[in-house]
Design a protein around this ligand. Structure first.
Ligand code: PRP
Ligand code: URA
Length: 206
C-alpha cells in the first residue's frame, strides 16, 4: 500500500481544528487551506526539475526549476476547499473538475459533472478531503486516467482503511497522501472518528 500520512506537528494541530465539532465555517476553511498547503508540498516532493543557469545580482549560478506539467482535479463539492493552495503554490497548474455525489442510502457515488483538460503526459493530483469507501476516488481517478494523465496522486485529509484498500485495489499505481488514517467506517459509511460531513461543514449547509 502506497499511503503517506503527514507527520508534521502542525498537521495534527490543524486536523484537530477540523475534527472539533465546534469549529465554525471560517476557521474550518482556514484550517483546510493551511493543512492542504502542507499536503501539497509533501505530495509534490518528487516533481521533476531541470537545472538552469541564472544570474543573481552577484554572479551566474546553477538553479533547479520545476520541469513537469501538473494538473489538479478537485472532486466537487468538498474538494474545492483544497484547490486554492495548489493554484497559489503552482500558478501554472491546469485545473479540471469532477462532480460526484454519494447516494445517502447506498453511499455509491454518481457523477453529475465533469470538465477535464487534456491531461496527456501530465502529473495529476486528485483532491478530495474524505476517502471513505474509496468509491468516489476510484471513479474520479479512472476519469483522470481516461483523460491521459501519465501519473496520478490522491490527496485527502482523512482516509479510512476501507477506502485505502479499495483505492489500492482499483488503482495500485496511485500513491495516497493523507493527513490522517482513521479507524473505520460506520454503518452509514461515514469515517470514525472522522470529522463529519466535510462538504456541509465547509459550505455551511447543515
Ligand atoms: C464526500 C467526500 C467524497 C466522498 C467520499 O462527498 O467529499 O467525495 O464523500 O466518500 P466515498 O469514499 O465513500 O466515495 P459527498 O458525496 O458527500 O459530496 P459533497 O462533496 O458534495 O458533499
Ligand atoms: N464524506 C464525508 O464528508 N465524511 C465522511 O465521513 C464520509 C464521506
Amino acid at each position: 500500500m502506497s499511503l503517506h500520512v503527514l507527520q508534521h506537528p502542525l498537521a495534527g494541530h490543524l486536523l484537530a481544528e477540523l475534527r472539533n465539532k465546534v469549529t465554525r465555517p471560517t476557521e474550518f476553511r482556514r484550517a483546510t487551506n493551511q493543512l492542504t498547503t502542507l499536503l501539497a508540498i509533501e505530495a509534490t516532493r518528487d516533481l521533476r526539475v531541470r537545472t538552469e543557469t541564472i544570474e543573481t545580482p552577484m554572479q551566474a549560478t546553477e538553479a533547479r526549476v520545476l520541469d513537469q506539467a501538473i494538473a489538479v482535479v478537485p472532486v466537487l463539492r468538498a474538494g474545492l476547499g483544497m484547490l486554492a493552495p495548489f493554484t497559489e503554490l503552482f500558478p501554472e497548474v491546469a485545473v479540471g473538475y469532477i462532480g460526484l455525489e454519494r447516494c445517502e442510502e447506498t453511499a455509491v457515488a454518481r457523477r453529475y459533472y465533469q470538465k477535464l483538460p487534456n491531461l496527456s503526459g501530465k502529473f495529476a493530483l486528485c483532491i478530495d478531503p474524505m476517502l471513505a469507501t474509496g468509491g468516489s476516488a476510484s471513479q474520479a481517478i479512472s476519469f483522470i486516467k481516461e483523460a491521459g494523465a501519465s501519473r496520478v496522486i490522491m490527496v485527502c485529509i482523512v482516509a479510512a482503511p476501507e477506502g485505502v484498500e479499495a483505492l489500492t485495489k482499483h488503482h495500485p499505481d496511485v500513491e495516497i497522501y493523507s493527513a490522517a488514517l482513521d479507524e473505520k467506517l460506520d454503518e452509514r459509511k461515514y469515517i470514525l472518528p472522522g470529522l463529519g460531513d466535510f462538504g456541509d461543514r465547509l459550505f455551511a449547509t447543515p
